[in-house]
Design a protein around this ligand. Structure first.
Ligand code: GLA
Ligand code: ZN
Length: 707
């Protein structure tokens, strides 16, 4: 079944409207009318559930659950821990985080608390236990969301005294011996050799740049802090509510927390899908595939944007067609739950300019009307989706530690995370979308720093080739091609895994700056790509970090049908060993005619392509068109610009094909074999005409149709 619902705050409407709680009845009836079957509740309600220390009031929430349940709605309940109540913040002001510049976070919004502060931990444990016990047996509650968006609002890292001490203990447990730490960090640089664990500071704002090794360990420690805090809540829920699922709502390409570790104990992950400036359809598709890849399991969208939001650069109203397109894009990429944020536009608080399924006055929005259509369609679709997962023959490896290393030393402003859209000139190679309306949209914020990971993905996405975005610690054996676009830090286990994959005949693409750093964020004493050099059969001689406007052009060698390709941001001059072929040279500047991309064939059919330059989708388009056909990686439908095609497949060969026209233009698709529209029952023989923003969902008739 597909869970389909909204994020609801009954406590707000009880306070804001004269009719009070009576409104819940109307809301629940309207939700049921739209075909919703689930609501998420209470993630920010701590202050109402525990209005004074150890005085709990669940009665209002009981009543809300009861009303919703009567209308057939199931409930995802939350531990309300992102919002410590005012009495707690007053009583224990020290629980507020200290920022890098030494200032303390203000009290009174959300996410201000430090997970290493004992009082916050203890009170979080108590409220989580209380709410878990209260709803463990409730027939309407099906599962839990822990907290809300760990790390949001810059809260992943804190520099308070508790954190500093906890960091020293964390280091002690990791290195045992100070000598080991001094060696791992290479502390002889600037004489940073420690004689006592207590001398190691939290890496606050400092005169000069900090040691990347020190920073990396602090990032790991901070990520572990939230993982441990998260596991504390998960353990309570597991012990108290064994029949319920547990999930958490993540953010798009969020960097500071290692999501693989943070989520390891969950049943499935969820994420919040907002279409901020730069979140083009390809980037959103990539996020869905990344979310699937975290646990290699279907996921939920716990907050799907319905209409305009309140926090982007501009906040356009997307208009008709948007919600249906975005909902099916999510479901097509493996979402088994689709929950809309929020039910009704708030009358109070900081998010008043954020629309809902109802507007502030309670009128149905375009989103509501569209949800109603989707709700009905999902009843037809659900049985076909049963047992299916997003189809992917290509894997892209995304390594959090490599992302952190890049953020610590981007070595190019274009690779800096969180970069403001207007603070650097974008590179022309950072083209996110070929669709006429979005051509000029640049990636911004975290998405901007995602560039090295996004570029190969976008080119696959444009070819309708499904890809999983997974951890380098995953089992790679099921994939025909593995692409490690930016494996800056290479741990020994990962190097071994990649070598085994190639030895078994795999095709591996390794991107620039891979194998530069060891697990302590230090350069290897061997030529780059360090422990991957035997695989690539080539090494890096010089690197060039380029200004945005400076590009180089590749001259392809011995590979047919390549198109003109510009590269920018980063270029490496490669030295291929005997037996390794150069497949592209640079054409401009002092390193014209030096190798840019090499190809090494290994025994047993394995092959490794080392891409020493950064390119956009055009670079990877060339590589995919060359590499994929011989490996029989084929798109389900021939690509058309502006139209996405994604597939969910079951082990028994059943396939559901999603055709999503993201553009405002009509398009025609050529069909290789007949496809049956699951919603209309109509079979299309040879072609399919799509209206702007139209979604068509097919069942693949039979495997024989391919013959
Ligand atoms: C986030 C939060 C929500 C809300 C929305 C607004 O995703 O989880 O509580 O603030 O953003 O878009
Ligand atoms: Zn702290």
């Amino acid at each position: 079944m597909i869970y389909f619902g909204c994020d609801y705050y009954p406590e707000q409407w009880a306070q804001w409207l004269a009719e009070g709680e009576a409104r819940w009845e109307t809301d629940a009836a309207l939700m049921a009318e739209a075909g919703l079957n689930v609501v998420r509740l209470a993630e920010f309600a701590w202050g109402l559930l525990e209005p004074a220390q150890d005085r709990f009031d669940f009665t209002w929430l009981d009543r809300a659950v009861e009303v919703l349940g009567r209308h057939g709605l199931k409930v995802v309940m939350c531990t309300p821990t992102p919002t410590p109540p005012p009495w707690l913040l007053y009583q224990s002001p020290e629980i507020r985080q200290i920022m890098a510049d030494g200032r303390q976070q203000g009290a009174g919004t959300r996410r201000e608390a430090c997970a290493n502060q004992p009082v916050y931990r203890e009170r979080s444990r108590i409220i989580s236990q209380a709410i878990a016990s209260r709803y463990a047996q409730n027939p309407h509650v099906v599962g839990w969301q822990t907290d809300n968006e760990f790390g949001c609002h810059g809260s992943a890292i804190c520099y308070c005294g508790e954190c500093e001490t906890a960091f020293q203990h964390w280091l002690q447990a990791k290195y045992m011996d100070l000598e080991m730490l001094n060696e791992a960090w290479g502390g002889s640089f600037w004489g940073e050799v420690y004689a006592d664990w207590r001398h190691i500071p939290a890496p606050t704002q400092s005169a000069a740049e900090r040691s990347p090794s020190h920073l990396l360990d602090y990032q790991r420690f901070s990520s572990d802090t939230w993982r441990d805090y998260h596991n504390m809540e998960i353990d309570i829920l597991r012990a108290t509510c064994p029949g319920h699922f547990v999930t958490h709502n993540l953010m798009s390409f969020f960097e500071p927390l290692n999501y693989y570790n943070l989520c390891a104990q969950l049943d499935f992950v969820s994420w919040d899908n907002y279409h901020y400036h730069g979140a083009t359809p390809g980037v959103v598709a990539a996020t869905h595939d990344h979310m699937w890849g975290i646990l290699r399991r279907n996921f939920w969208v716990m907050e799907q944007q319905i209409g305009h939001i309140n926090w982007s650069v501009y906040n356009p109203e997307p208009g008709p067609g948007f919600l249906r397109l975005k909902s099916y894009q999510g479901i097509g990429h493996g979402a088994d739950g689709m929950v809309y944020f929020r039910w009704r536009q708030a009358l109070a608080g900081s998010e008043q300019y954020h629309t809902g399924m109802l507007d502030h006055a309670g009128r149905k929005t375009i989103g509501y009307e569209e949800a109603k259509v989707i709700g009905n369609e999902l009843k037809t679709l659900a049985p076909y989706l049963e047992g299916t997962v997003p189809a992917a023959e290509v894997a892209i490896l995304l390594d959090f530690e490599s992302r952190w290393a890049m953020t610590m030393q981007p070595h190019n402003a274009l690779l800096r995370s969180g970069v403001a859209p207007d603070s650097v000139n974008p590179s022309p190679i950072m083209r996110v979308d070929r669709d006429e309306r979005r051509e000029d949209q640049q990636m911004t914020g975290n998405a901007h720093a995602m560039w090295p990971f996004a570029a190969p993905y976008i080119a696959l996405w444009e070819r309708n080739v499904g890809a999983a975005i997974i951890s380098p610690d995953s089992d790679l054996s099921g994939y025909k091609v593995v692409c490690a676009p930016f494996l800056n830090i290479v741990r020994p286990a990962v190097a071994k895994r990649l070598a085994a994959y190639v030895a078994q005949g795999g095709t591996l693409i390794i991107g620039p700056r891979s194998g530069f750093k060891d697990e302590h964020n230090k350069l290897f004493a061997q030529p780059q790509p360090g422990p991957l050099a035997a695989l690539t059969g080539s090494t890096v001689r010089y690197i060039d970090s380029m200004e945005p406007e400076r590009l180089n052009v590749l001259r392809w060698n011995n590979v047919p049908h390549m198109h003109r390709t510009e590269v920018g941001i980063w270029a490496e001059l490669l030295e291929p060993q005997p037996g390794t072929e150069t497949i592209a040279y640079y054409s401009n500047g002092w390193y014209a005619n030096e190798p840019a991309i090499t190809h090494k064939k290994h025994e047993g059919g394995g092959q490794v392509i080392y891409v020493g330059c950064m390119g956009g989708p055009d670079l990877y388009a060339n590589l995919w068109d060359w590499l994929l056909p011989p490996l029989h990686v084929q798109p389900p439908l021939a690509p058309v610009v502006g139209v996405e095609v994604c597939v969910r497949a079951a082990p028994d060969g059943r396939k559901v094909v999603f055709v999503l026209n993201h553009s405002s233009q009509p398009h025609a698709m050529t069909l290789a074999h007949p496809l049956t529209d699951l919603l209309t029952g109509e079979t299309h023989q040879r072609s399919l005409a799509l209206k702007p923003h139209q979604v068509v969902i097919f069942q693949e008739v039979a495997a024989t149709a391919h013959a």
